[in-house]
Each structure stands twice: as C-alpha cells, then as structure tokens.
Design a protein around this ligand. Structure first.
Ligand SMILES: N[C@@H](CCC(=O)N[C@@H](CS)C(=O)NCC(=O)O)C(=O)O
Length: 310
C-alpha cells in the first residue's frame, strides 16, 4: 500500500503556513494543498479539527496535526532526512521557536499594521472576537508601536548577531526550524513591499543573504486538492497506531480512554473534545469520531495547550 499523502490546509497569506510550506521545501516533499478561507466559516475543515480553528492544519490520512509545533515533528517522523533540526536538535529548536513566536506574534502584527494600515472590518472583528482577543485595527495598535518595534528588534538583533560569522543558516550549513520561525514572522512584516520600511527599522540590511536563502528553500511540490477530497481521504482512512508514553500523567490526572478537552492556552481558545489516546512530554493525541469524517486522531503539541477531563 502506498504511503498516505501529506495534505496541508492553509491560505497563502498565513505566516505560520509559510513556515510549514518552507519545511516541505527543505524536505523536498510532494504534498496536497487545500485552500482554506482566511476566516470561518470553514465547514469542510471543522469536521477534521473538531473546532480547532487555527491555520495551518496538516492531514495524513485520518491523522490531523494541529499547530506548527505538532506539524514539524510529524514531518520529521514521516521524512527524517534532511532534518528540520540541524545544529541545535529538536528539543532546543522547538523550545526556542515556541518562545520566539509567543513573544513576538502580537508585536509583529503591530509592526505590520503600522505600515500596512487596516484590513477589512469583518477580518478585524473576527480576529478580535474569536482569535487574538485584541483589537488589531491601526488605531488600536498604533499607541503600542514603539514598544512592539523594540520587542521585535531585540530578537532581530540576536538573529543578525548569530549570522554575523557568515554561517548560511542559524544551525550551520543547513536550514531548519529556527530559520523558519524567524523568517515567517519577518515574511509577514516585510510582505507587500514593506521591506524598504521594515528593514531599516529592524536592522535587517545585514541579513538579506539569509532572507534570500530561506526564501529559496521553496515549498516542495504542492498539488491542489479540494476540501471535499481531503474529507474523503480522512473518511476512507484509519488513524495510525500511536505508542502511548504517558510521561506526565500526574500533572493532568487523565488516562488513555478518558473523555478530555484540549484547548490552546493563548489564541482561539476553542476546546476540542475527544478521548485521550496518548500524552507524553511533547505531544497530546486524542480520538474523535466525527459523523462526517469518521474516526480521527488529532495531534497537538504539549506546550501551548491545556488538557482537562471532558
Ligand atoms: N501556535 C500556532 C499559531 C497558528 C496561528 O495563529 N495561525 C494564524 C494564521 S498565520 C491563524 O490561525 N489565524 C486565525 C485563522 O486563520 O483562523 C501554530 O504554531 O500553528
């Protein structure tokens, strides 16, 4: 039987999706690209995610990976070479990039909005009410611009210093997750010809070579797929077997088979309901039986999510 296809649910403008598209580029993988709306309703994705509303989502048969910190390790397991974690190794790279993205996401949006102005009202309302819980209109973000820009500049100073010895990528000769996490945030701020304003502000002139090298990683080999077809793939498949390693059971007091909810602890805090399959120091897996999609395993990273008895 041939290996199930890698299916990415995403939209072009999403920076976190760009992080994953570039990871697929590093690995040179073939994948199926399902275009998703920039905001709900997403009636053909919801049956797969059980309400987890963030983008991107990776699907492999009936296994659904939510959050880039679950998606990158999944890609690494599916196609170990070349590794996404050169130099630092996976734990340090995942920890560093988790901290980077947590610290910078709203600040990056603030810098972007400063130069880009307002997005449409319906988009702003959706992000405020159901995603960030923050008003990201230009008027609301502008008073914090100096604070946001300084926060981003502190991280870009680390970036430029790390690259100052002439290494091609942060981990050395090969690109990896740490490059992608820095890059996708810059990609949002510098997009739509904002680079001429953003680069001097953040002192990015010295790292244009690195920016070009990361962009040149490309996106692997995408081929479009309809959302309907992706749902059919899930319905026809069985979730892959998971080896349960319950390494932190005392902390969350749940056991495999228990009804649980899994909820992001930052943005879009929608609880996803299911039965616990496995939890260890790095990941949470729950099973959902969906009327449209059938039996699914949903995979979440441990960091950034709360597990509770359902
Ligand atoms: N920690 C998440 C963050 C993902 C995220 O916030 N993605 C943005 C798009 S770049 C999002 O979901 N925005 C709201 C939406 O598209 O519904 C991850 O690493 O995947």
């Amino acid at each position: 039987m041939s290996a199930p296809e890698i299916i990415l649910h995403h939209y072009a403008f999403s920076p976190y999706a760009e992080k994953i598209r570039l990871a697929l580029g590093i690995k040179g993988l073939a994948w199926r690209s399902v275009d998703v709306a920039m905001m709900p309703p997403r009636p053909l994705l919801d049956p797969l995610t059980g309400g987890y509303r963030r983008i991107p989502v990776l699907q492999v048969g009936a296994d659904i990976y939510c959050d880039t910190h679950a998606i990158l390790p999944a890609l690494e397991r599916l196609a170990p070479e070349p590794s996404l974690y050169p130099g630092l190794g996976a734990p340090l790279a995942e920890g560093l990039t988790f901290g980077l993205e947590r610290d910078l996401w709203l600040a990056v949006i603030g810098v972007t909005v400063h130069f880009a102005g307002d997005l449409p009202g319906a988009f702003l309302r959706d992000r405020k009410d159901d995603y960030l819980y923050v008003d990201i209109s230009h008027a609301a973000m502008e008073p914090d611009f100096a604070r946001n820009a300084q926060r981003v500049a502190a991280w870009t100073a680390w970036l430029t210093q790390a690259l100052a010895d002439g290494r091609p990528f942060l981990g050395g000769e090969r690109a990896g997750a740490v490059d992608l996490a820095h890059y996708h945030l810059l990609w949002l701020m510098r997009g739509a010809e904002r680079a001429a304003s953003v680069d001097p502000l953040l002192g990015l002139g010295a790292v244009h070579g690195w920016i070009d090298r990361v962009a040149a990683l490309g996106h692997g080999r995408p081929q479009e797929m309809s959302a309907e077809a992706a749902l059919e793939v899930a319905k026809a498949a069985e979730p892959a077997t998971v080896e349960a390693v319950n390494a932190v059971p005392d902390l969350i007091a749940v056991s495999p088979g228990d009804a649980v909810t899994v909820t992001p602890d930052d943005f879009a805090r929608v609880p996803v309901e299911g039965r616990l399959v496995a939890v260890d120091a790095g990941r949470i897996v729950i099973r959902r039986d969906d009327p449209q999609a059938g039996a699914l395993h949903l995979h979440f990273p441990r960091a950034g999510f709360t597990v509770a008895k359902g």
